[in-house]
Design a protein around this ligand. Structure first.
Ligand code: TUI
Length: 314
């Protein structure tokens, strides 16, 4: 398959990014994806600078291939992590959950390729105006913090709106989804949920089991009231959050109710109280594989489907 501009520009073999999943995407997962030919991405999430620096150093030891850093802009440590990325010579930054404009000059001056996640055309245009290298158009099928649009509706509109490479994310787990994303105008895909099942993914085994067991309607969205809708696997915590979300509970109490839940899922594997972020595609993730197997399978399946689609043309 041809590489496309963005894969060429980043020096990666396959046009596949691994989603920068907070608490989950550590140096080991990112390096495994990069070693397998994709773009592995370390997630800074809500972690402080010390943790992020350590992970970057570890990834450099584990791979000689390019890898990225995802900066979650709602994090209290975003400013610190933004500077560490520059100091450590990170090559690619993706951003999520906010507006990256304020860091753009500093990163671009350092020669970093900056690829914001955008949930709408408005934010795609803002990213383009501020000098982004490419944008990741992420539909609401994704796990974690999501926008309102679906991948199907968002990706072609972003492709039309900006003159930048577009990476499609949200609801993509196999070669059919990847071929569909290319058809919508994207030139690469970002995959999160499928990598939850990777052998190199260090989440608690209860988390993995939950994803492997999940069906098509296993996820739900909570958090709209506070302006941060989040998709996770339905469990006691998610049900309880949904139940209290539109009562007279204060914003602070609601925030406090959700605090620390992702850690409880990822580290403790607490099935009742944890928040198990996953996308709608979880129903299609049914086996544990290495990152190399996932990428090989994805690329073979994508090519097969692109050939199948070519048969529709007379
Ligand atoms: O960021 C994600 N997914 C995430 S972040 C996360 S951790 C979290 N912590 C606290 C509250 C909420 C989440 C778990 N999963 N995906 C990328 C993404 N970015 N989705 C949506 C956006 C986004 C939203 C608003 C990007 C820009 C934006 O701009 C808003 C503004 O006002 O600038």
């Amino acid at each position: 398959m041809k590489k496309g501009n963005i894969a060429e520009m980043l020096g990666i073999e396959y046009p596949v990014f691994q989603g920068g999943m907070a608490w989950i995407a550590d140096a080991e997962l990112a390096a495994a994806v990069s070693n397998a030919g994709g773009l592995g991405i370390i997630a800074a999430g809500n972690a402080d600078g010390t943790y992020v620096r350590e992970q970057i150093k570890k990834a450099k030891e584990l791979t000689s291939k390019p890898f990225g850093l995802n900066i979650m802009l709602l994090s209290p440590f975003a400013d610190e992590v933004a500077q560490i990325a520059v100091d450590e010579g990170v090559k690619v930054i993706t951003t999520g959950a906010g507006n990256s404009t304020k860091y753009m000059k500093m990163w671009l001056d350092a020669g970093i390729k900056v690829i914001p996640v955008v949930p709408s055309v408005t934010f795609a245009k803002l990213a383009a105006r501020s000098g982004a290298t490419a944008v990741i158009a992420e539909g609401g099928e994704s796990g974690g913090h999501i926008g309102e649009l679906t991948t199907m509706a968002l990706v072609p509109q972003v492709c039309d709106a900006v003159d930048l490479p577009v990476i499609a994310a949200g609801g993509i787990a196999d070669g059919r989804g990847m071929a569909a994303a290319l058809a919508l105008g994207a030139e690469a895909v970002q995959i999160g949920t499928r990598f939850l099942s990777a052998k190199e993914c260090n989440i608690h085994e209860n988390y993995k089991k939950k994803v492997l067991k999940a069906g098509d309607t296993a996820t739900m969205v909570t958090g709209r009231r506070l302006g941060h809708p989040v998709r996770s696997i339905r469990n006691a915590f998610a049900r309880e959050y949904a139940k209290i979300e539109y009562t007279d509970i204060s914003d602070e109490e609601l925030d406090a109710f959700a605090a620390g839940r992702l850690r409880q899922a990822v580290v403790d594997g607490n099935e009742k109280d944890g928040c198990f972020l996953a996308g709608q595609i979880a129903g299609m993730v049914n086996q544990e594989q290495t990152c190399e197997e996932i990428l090989k399978d994805l690329m073979q399946d994508c090519e097969k489907n692109l050939r199948r689609l070519a048969e529709w043309v007379k």
